[in-house]
Write a protein of this length. Structure first.
Length: 178
């Protein structure tokens, strides 16, 4: 995680778990270190900027509540991602239940040509047709650049399941784009 690699996780976790004025500063440090990546995870899973913004806020509220009980059995980044994925999926499912599925084309201001925009739309439409579990694994791997082990830890599934879901997601995506 950019920014997160520069923090001393053990010291940050201690400060986050204290009941002292330094806890607010520690939370601000956590927010600064992880906000961009949390938003990206939420954006990729909710497929909606508004839902991603709401989910990102909810992630940090959930972190504030959950961190006092964090035992350090996983890396802080894994813990943050796990909460972000869970909340983003919850927002996605809520959005699908309460309204028609909104398909938003990701914003790419640098894409100028009609062919590139059309290809991006086709890819976005194909990704949207994947199951939520396949889309989640694909987003964490291809967009977030996480390892199979990290994805397994975040989702709480065996690493072999990550490999399998990623393989099936790629295969389905290739068939949809053929």
């Amino acid at each position: 995680m950019s920014g997160a690699a520069r923090i001393d996780e053990a010291a940050l976790i201690r400060r986050l778990q204290e009941r002292s004025p330094s806890r607010d500063a520690a939370f601000a440090e956590l927010f600064d270190a992880y906000r961009t990546r949390v938003f990206a995870v939420c954006r990729n899973l909710t497929r909606s900027r508004a839902d991603a913004e709401d989910a990102t806020q909810e992630v940090f509220v959930a972190l504030m509540r959950a961190l006092p009980g964090f035992r350090g059995e996983s890396a802080l980044g894994t813990f943050v991602h796990r909460i972000a994925v869970r909340i983003a999926i919850k927002h996605r499912l809520r959005s699908v239940r309460h309204s028609e599925l909104r398909v938003e084309t990701p914003e790419h201001p640098l894409v100028e040509s009609l062919e590139a925009r059309e290809e991006q739309r086709r890819l976005s439409d194909a990704v949207e047709q994947l199951s939520l579990e396949h889309r989640t694994v694909l987003a964490l791997f291809a967009v977030e650049d996480l390892s199979h082990r990290e994805i397994a830890d975040i989702l709480g599934i065996p690493e072999g399941t990550v490999w399998s879901r990623l393989h099936l997601a790629r295969k389905r995506l290739a068939a949809l784009l053929a």
